[in-house]
Design a protein around this ligand. Structure first.
Ligand code: NDP
Length: 312
């Protein structure tokens, strides 16, 4: 196994990782960034991004990520394909990350920006129509369904929030809840129930998303009566939770029950000195590209300060 020593290692290539890379390379930290299994992250499976400041006409998700990569490269970030399969954090440094089971990177500081992945139902029709009416982000894609009918699947705070957000854009929102109660907080449930254009379908599960090149409807089943029916919609939003990509950090970094990394308040510092976390991997609330980029910037600035202290 080959070994290499770097000042700053960035793991992950979403808006948090690339923003950290831009700042870290401009601060002469000579960052090395590994892109991970999905170069560009979640935005590469989105179509138009219309809410990232600075793009008045919107931009395609993959295009935006290419531009962020280009910007990081312009300042000298060493961007590499490959993913980190193992880490060993050492309080007294350096930290060691194993890449593709063939290279060991010793790093004085590490910025973790491995993101989170939306959970999906796992239906063939759902993945086939992903980006063509199937979405896991109402804030990203809701705008395209103005005046149309949509389905939201889920019963937690995310589903309640997404249904409520969409109800201000769409004509009608159908919320599919698999049990006879919602997990969402009372206040969120009340908010949803108050909206006249949200219909809650209790004990209802999705059998199939209908449509060839675009969503045309959803075939559902009532799991109490076994009765099947079709709801005519053009949008299908899945809001059954996210899974942070933190498996390789278990046992070393503090995380909450859902696996999100815990950082110090107003900081990206984890419980290990020199290890910072930015973006969705530590964000249970906002999960936006712009907030991820913001924390990526914070992580690079904090890494820079940490490295100065280390040298002293
Ligand atoms: P949760 O894990 O809280 O809820 C997931 C929901 O999806 C559950 O109701 C679950 O149903 C349902 N679900 C899971 N799998 C399926 C499936 N295969 N088919 C149908 N339904 C399914 O995730 P959230 O993303 O909603 O929330 C995560 C955390 O973030 C929570 O702590 C939440 O409070 C917080 N949050 C807070 C917000 C706020 O305060 N504004 C906004 C968004 C999230 P079941 O109940 O039957 O298990």
């Amino acid at each position: 196994m080959s070994r290499e020593r770097v000042k700053t290692l960035i793991i992950g290539s979403g808006p948090a990782g690339y923003t950290a890379a831009i700042y870290a390379s401009r601060a002469n930290l000579s960052p090395v960034l590994y892109q991970g299994p999905q170069p560009g992250g979640q935005l590469t499976i989105t179509n138009d991004v219309e809410n990232f400041p600075g793009y008045p006409k919107g931009i395609m998700g993959p295009q935006m990520m290419m531009e962020l990569q280009e910007q990081a490269e312009r300042f000298g970030t060493d961007i590499r394909t490959g993913f980190v399969t193992n880490v060993q954090f050492n309080e007294d440094g350096p930290h060691v990350a194993t890449v593709n089971e063939e290279t060991e990177i010793e790093a004085d500081s590490i910025i973790i920006s491995t993101g989170a992945s939306a959970k999906w139902l796992g239906l063939e029709s759902e993945s086939r129509l992903n980006g063509m009416g199937v979405s896991a982000c109402a804030v990203c894609d809701g705008f395209f369904y103005r005046g149309q009918d949509v389905v939201v699947v889920g019963a937690g705070d995310s589903a309640a929030e997404e249904a409520h957000y969409l109800s201000n854009l769409a004509a009608n929102v159908h919320l599919l809840v698999r049990r006879d109660e919602m997990r969402a907080s009372k206040i969120m449930q009340e908010r949803v129930m108050k909206k006249e254009n949200i219909t809650i379908h209790w004990n209802t599960e999705t059998k199939e998303v209908l449509g060839k090149d675009a969503v045309e409807g959803v075939r559902v089943i009532n799991n109490k009566t076994n009765e099947e029916s079709t709801i005519d919609v053009t949008g299908f939003f899945v809001a059954i939770g996210h899974k942070p990509n933190t498996d390789i950090f278990k046992g070393q970094l503090d995380m909450d029950d859902a696996g999100y990394l815990i950082t110090k308040p107003d900081s990206t510092q984890t419980n290990i000195k020199g290890v910072f976390a930015a973006g969705d991997v530590q964000d249970t609330i906002y999960r936006q590209a712009v907030t991820a980029a913001g924390t990526g910037c914070m992580a690079a600035l904090e890494a820079e300060r940490y490295l100065v202290e280390l040298e002293d």
